[in-house]
Design a protein around this ligand. Structure first.
Ligand code: KIV
Length: 301
C-alpha cells in the first residue's frame, strides 16, 4: 500500500495544501487566517488561486444565491449542489460546508448521516455547525466518525427567530460567561476552528486567548486568529445596507450593470456582433455558394 501524505502536501504551484493541522500551526505562529465564502466553481477557483486559506460554502447562499429571506429554508440537497461545484475549483484551500438548519437538529443519527453526505458526496473537508455547549455531544459523535467540525457561536443566523433578529451577542456579563462556556466546550470537543460572529472585540479576544483552536471572526474585531467575510458583501453583490463590519473591496454590482447596459446598447445599435466576432464560410464554400446564388438569380429573371 502506498500512502499519500496530505498534511503539508506541496501542490503543483508550490503551495501547501491547507489542512486542519496547518490551521493550528498558523495559530501557534500567529499567522492570521483568511477565509471567504464561495458558492460556485469559478469563485471557488479564483479565491483558491488568490491564496485564501479557508473557503466556506456557507448557508448564507440561501440569501446571496437563492434569494431566500434568511438561512432557515435552504436544504441539504441545495447546499450539496453548491459544495460539489466549489469542490471542483478548490485545490489548496481547506473546504468547509455549512450544515443547514434542520440537518442536525432532529436527532444525532440524522446529523451524522447528513455530515457524512457533505464529506462523501460534496467533497467538503470540514462541516460547520452553529451552537456551543449544547452541541458538544453531537460534535464529539461527528468527530468520532472522522469528520472535522467547525464550531460557530455568537450571532448564529440559524437562531434568528429565537434571538428576535440579528443581534450582537455577549454584551452583558451573563452573555460573556455563556460565550466563554460555549467556546471552551467546543475547544474540548476538538473542533477544527471556531467561528465567532457578531460579538464585542473584547470578548472575541478573551476567547481567542483561552482556546487552543483557531478562532475565525466575522464582526468580532481584530484579535481573532483569522477573519471571514461573505464574498457577496466584499464584492457589493448585495441589495441592502451592509453590516458595520463589512468592508467592500469591489463594486461588482456597478460592474455587472454597466456591462449589461453596454451590451444592450450595442445590440440595439447593431454594434454587436462585429465582422471579427462572426464566423465565416471557408473560401471554397463561399465561392460555390456565390455561384449557386448567381445561377438562381439568373433563372429568376
Ligand atoms: O454562512 C455563512 O456565510 C457564515 C458566515 C460565518 C460567513 O456562516
Amino acid at each position: 500500500m502506498s500512502i499519500t501524505p496530505i498534511g503539508g502536501r506541496i501542490l503543483d504551484e508550490g503551495r501547501r495544501k491547507v489542512t486542519t493541522a496547518s490551521l493550528r500551526e498558523q495559530k501557534l505562529h500567529h499567522e492570521l487566517i483568511a477565509c471567504l465564502t464561495a458558492y460556485d466553481y469559478a469563485t471557488g477557483r479564483l479565491l483558491d488561486e488568490a491564496g485564501i486559506e479557508m473557503i466556506l460554502v456557507g448557508d448564507s447562499l440561501a440569501q446571496t444565491m437563492l434569494g431566500y429571506e434568511n438561512t432557515l429554508s435552504v436544504t441539504v440537497d441545495e447546499m450539496l449542489h453548491h459544495v460539489k461545484a466549489v469542490r471542483r475549483g478548490v485545490k489548496t484551500a481547506l473546504l468547509l460546508a455549512d450544515m443547514p438548519y434542520g440537518s442536525y437538529h432532529v436527532d444525532d443519527r440524522d446529523a451524522l448521516r447528513n455530515a457524512t453526505r457533505f464529506i462523501k458526496e460534496g467533497g467538503a473537508e470540514v462541516v460547520k455547525i452553529e451552537g456551543g455547549e449544547k452541541r458538544a455531544d453531537l460534535i464529539r459523535r461527528i468527530v468520532d466518525a472522522e469528520i472535522p467540525v467547525a464550531g460557530h457561536i455568537g450571532l448564529t443566523p440559524q437562531s434568528v427567530n429565537v434571538m428576535g433578529g440579528y443581534k450582537v451577542q455577549g454584551k452583558n456579563l451573563s452573555g460573556i460567561e455563556q460565550l466563554m462556556r460555549d467556546a471552551v466546550a467546543l475547544d474540548r470537543t476538538g473542533v477544527a476552528c471556531i467561528f465567532l460572529e457578531g460579538i464585542p472585540r473584547e470578548v472575541a479576544a478573551m476567547i481567542t486567548a483561552e482556546v487552543s483552536t483557531p478562532t475565525i471572526g466575522i464582526g468580532a474585531g481584530p484579535e481573532c486568529d483569522g477573519q471571514v467575510l461573505v464574498f457577496h458583501d466584499i464584492m457589493h453583490l448585495t441589495f441592502g445596507p451592509p453590516a458595520k463590519f463589512v468592508r467592500r473591496y469591489a463594486d461588482a454590482a456597478a460592474l455587472i450593470k454597466d456591462a449589461a447596459q453596454a451590451f444592450r446598447a450595442d445590440v440595439k445599435s447593431r454594434q454587436y456582433p462585429s465582422d471579427e466576432e462572426s464566423y465565416h464560410l471557408p473560401k471554397e464554400t463561399k465561392a460555390s455558394l456565390d455561384t449557386v446564388l448567381a445561377r438562381k438569380k439568373m433563372m429568376m429573371r
